[in-house]
Design a protein. Structure first.
Length: 318
C-alpha cells in the first residue's frame, strides 16, 4: 500500500506538469486522487469516538494544511521584498488568507480576488470525508448514505461553492466507502491472476475512452463528465496501481524507495504544493521540457523526504 501511495504521488506531480497532453491528463486524473481516498477506506475497521477522531484527523491533516499555507504566505512576502514590491505585501497576504479559507484546488473567484490553494485541497477533503464516513460507519444502510452524500456534494457544487473543500470532501465519502467494502479484494489482490488484471485493464481503458471527448475528471472542483463511468474507471485504476505495486515489491531497492516516498506522501504533497505555487521551475532551470521539469520536481520532494527520514532515524537512535 505504501508503494501504491508512492506511485500515486508521482502521478500527482506528473498531472501538474503535463498540463497540455489530454490523454495523459485523463489517465492520471482518473487515478491519482481517487486512489488515496479508496486506500484510506481500506484501513477503516470500525467506528471511533467522534471527538477523538476529529482531533486526530485535525492534527494529521488540517495542521499540515495550515503550515503549508503559512509557507506560501512566507515565500510570497519574500518574493515581493526581493522584487521591491513592498506596497503589495498586505494585499497579497489578505488574498492568500482568503485562498486558505476558500480551500479550492482549482476554482477561483476573480470578483473576491481569491486564488486557488493548490493540491493541498486534498487535505481538507480527506478530513471532511473521513469525519463524515466515521459518522455513518455503523449505519444500517451506509452504502445508501454514502451515495446520497456523494450526490448531494455534486448537486450543491453546481449551485454554490462551499469553503474549505467541503464539497469534494462530501464526494470523497463514496470512494472511501468503496475502499472499505473492497478492502479484502484490494489489499490481497494477486498480480498474477491474469484474467482479473485484464478485465480491470479493459474497464479502465473503456472508461477513459468513453469520457475522453470531455474534460478530464477533477475531484478538486467536483467535475465528473459521467458520475458512474468516472467512478468505475477510478476504482479500476486503483486496482491497476495496486497490481503494479505488488509486482514492484519483488524488486528490493525500487520497492524500498517507493515505499518511503509513499509513507511520506503527505510531506511530498505539501512540498510539491509550495514549489508549484511559489516557484517557476521552468524559468529557474531554463527549461520547457515536461520531462525535465517533472524530474526536478520529484528531486525536490525526494530531498525533503531524505532529510525527514534521516532526522527521524537520528531521533529514534537518541
Amino acid at each position: 500500500m505504501d508503494i501504491a501511495k508512492g506511485i500515486g504521488m508521482l502521478l500527482v506531480i506528473a498531472g501538474h506538469t503535463f498540463t497540455s497532453n489530454n490523454l495523459i491528463e485523463h489517465i492520471i486524473y482518473n487515478i491519482h486522487m481517487p486512489l488515496f481516498f479508496i486506500l484510506a477506506g481500506c484501513f477503516i475497521k470500525r467506528k471511533k469516538p467522534m471527538k477523538k477522531f476529529i482531533g486526530d484527523k485535525f492534527c494529521r491533516l488540517i495542521i499540515p494544511y495550515i503550515v503549508t499555507c503559512l509557507a506560501l504566505i512566507m515565500f510570497k512576502v519574500l518574493k515581493l521584498l526581493i522584487t521591491n514590491k513592498n506596497n503589495e505585501i498586505i494585499q497579497s497576504i489578505k488574498e492568500l488568507i482568503l485562498s486558505t479559507i476558500y480551500g479550492s484546488g482549482l476554482l477561483t473567484s476573480p470578483t473576491l480576488h481569491i486564488r486557488l490553494i493548490g493540491a493541498i485541497w486534498f487535505l481538507l477533503a480527506m478530513f471532511w470525508g473521513l469525519v463524515i464516513y466515521n459518522y455513518i460507519f455503523d449505519k444500517k444502510y451506509k452504502t445508501i448514505y454514502a451515495i446520497a452524500i456523494f450526490l448531494s456534494g455534486y448537486m450543491i457544487s453546481k449551485v454554490i461553492w462551499l469553503p474549505l473543500s467541503i464539497l469534494p470532501g462530501m464526494m470523497s465519502v463514496l470512494f472511501i466507502h468503496i475502499g472499505n467494502i473492497l478492502k479484502e479484494s484490494i489489499i490481497t489482490s494477486k498480480p498474477y491472476k491474469i484474467q482479473k488484471a485484464i478485465l480491470i485493464g479493459i474497464v479502465f481503458i473503456l472508461g477513459t475512452y468513453l469520457t475522453f471527448s470531455e474534460p478530464h475528471m477533477d475531484m478538486s472542483s467536483c467535475y465528473y463528465s459521467d458520475l458512474i463511468i468516472n467512478t468505475f474507471t477510478s476504482v479500476s485504476g486503483t486496482y491497476m496501481v495496486v497490481y503494479i505495486s505488488q509486482i514492484i515489491e519483488k524488486f528490493r531497492y525500487l520497492s524500498k524507495l517507493l515505499s518511503i516516498y509513499g509513507v511520506n506522501s503527505l510531506l511530498v504533497l505539501c512540498v510539491h504544493n509550495v514549489e508549484g505555487l511559489s516557484f517557476d521551475i521552468g524559468h529557474i532551470f531554463s527549461t520547457q521540457s515536461g520531462i525535465e521539469i517533472l524530474c526536478i520536481r520529484i528531486a525536490i520532494t525526494v530531498i525533503f523526504v531524505i532529510i525527514v527520514t534521516v532526522f527521524k532515524k537520528k531521533k529514534e537512535i537518541k
